[in-house]
Design a protein around this ligand. Sequence first.
Ligand SMILES: *Cc1c(COP(=O)(O)O)cnc(C)c1O
Length: 353
Amino acid sequence: MQLTINIADQLKPRPDETNLGFGNIFTDHMFNMDYDPEKGWHNPRIEPYGPIEMDPATMVLHYGQEVFEGLKAFRRQDGAVQLFRPKDNLKRLNRSCKKLCIPPVDLDFTLQALKKLVEIEKEWVPGAAGTSLYVRPTIIATDPFLGVRASYTYRFFIILSPVGAYYAEGFNPVKIMVSRDHVRAVRGGVGDAKTAGNYAASLLAGEKAHREGYTQVLWLDGVERKYVEEVGSMNIFFVIGDELITPELNGSILPGITRDAVLFLAAAWNMNVSERKISIDEVMDAHQSGALREIFGSGTAAVISPVGELKYGDQVIRIGDGRVGPVAQKFFDAITNIQYGKDDDAYGWIEPI
Ligand SMILES: *Cc1c(COP(=O)(O)O)cnc(C)c1O
C-alpha cells in the first residue's frame, strides 16, 4: 500500500505550550484509510485535518461499532521526538477490533503511517514539562444502514492533540467515589475493548460523582458488585502492607499498557506484586487496620494518578494525608523519565520518530 501525503496550504497558529488542556486542540493533518470488503483496507492518506462528512444513517452513530486507542509522543530534552510503546497500542486496537467485528489493520503499515503523521506534525509536539502530543487512532463503522449487524465498510483515522497535564489538580491526589448503583462493564461484554459504548455507559455515574465533588468513579465488578475493577478510565493499584495489588484481568477490565509497565517495573524491582481479585471490603478493612498505604490509578493520559480520598456508601477514607505516596511517585518518575528520554530505554518501550 502506498501512503499518499497532501500537506495543508495554511497551517494553524500553535497554542501556548504552558497552558495546554487535554484534547481540545488538534494539529494540521490527520491520517485516513478506508475499508470495504473488495479492496480491504485501502487509500491510506495523510491530509489536512478536517470534518468527516457522513450520512445520518451511518452505523457508528446508531450502534456504536467503534474502537479507539490513546498513546503519546514526547519531546526529549535534546529536541528529538519519541513514542511510548506504540506497537502495544496497535496490537490492542486489533484485539478491540476482534470484539467489535471490525477487520484488523496491518500492524507494520499502521505503525509506519502513525510515525509518518507524527513526523509531519513534529513541531506540534510541545516541550514544556508534563506536556506531550496525544495520538488518537479510531475506527468507525460507515455503512449507511439502520439494521443491526456488523458494517461492511469502515474508516480508520488518526488525529493528534497537544496536551498538558490530564488533571487540573496536576500530579496531586484525586478524590474517588465507589459506584454501587452503576457498573461499567460485565464479563462476556466489551469491557476489555477500547470501544465507545463503555464510556457512554460510564457517564451517569461520573456525573453523580462530580456532583458530590469526586473526580473519578471506582468501578466494582458487574456481577457481585464486590471486587474492584478500575478507576475512571484507568487501571487501579493498591499498596497494602508491603504488597502491591492490581485486579487480575477478567474480561471486563481494560488491559492497560501503563498497568503493564507498572507490573513490569514492580517485578524488575523485586516488589511483592499480585494480580488478583481484591474486594472493596478488603480495601476498607486494610484502611481500618492501618495497612492501606496507597491507592493509585494508571493510564496513558495521567500516567499515575494518586488517590487521596475514597468514598464508599457513607464511609469516607483518607489515604496518605493528601500527599503523593512514595510508591506512586517512584512509578511516575520511572515511567515519565523513560517517556521523556531522561532515562535509557532499558525495556524496548521507545519508538523514535
Ligand atoms: C485506556 C484505558 C485504560 C488505560 O490504558 P493505558 O493503555 O494504560 O492508557 C484503563 N482503563 C480503561 C477503561 C481505558 O479506556
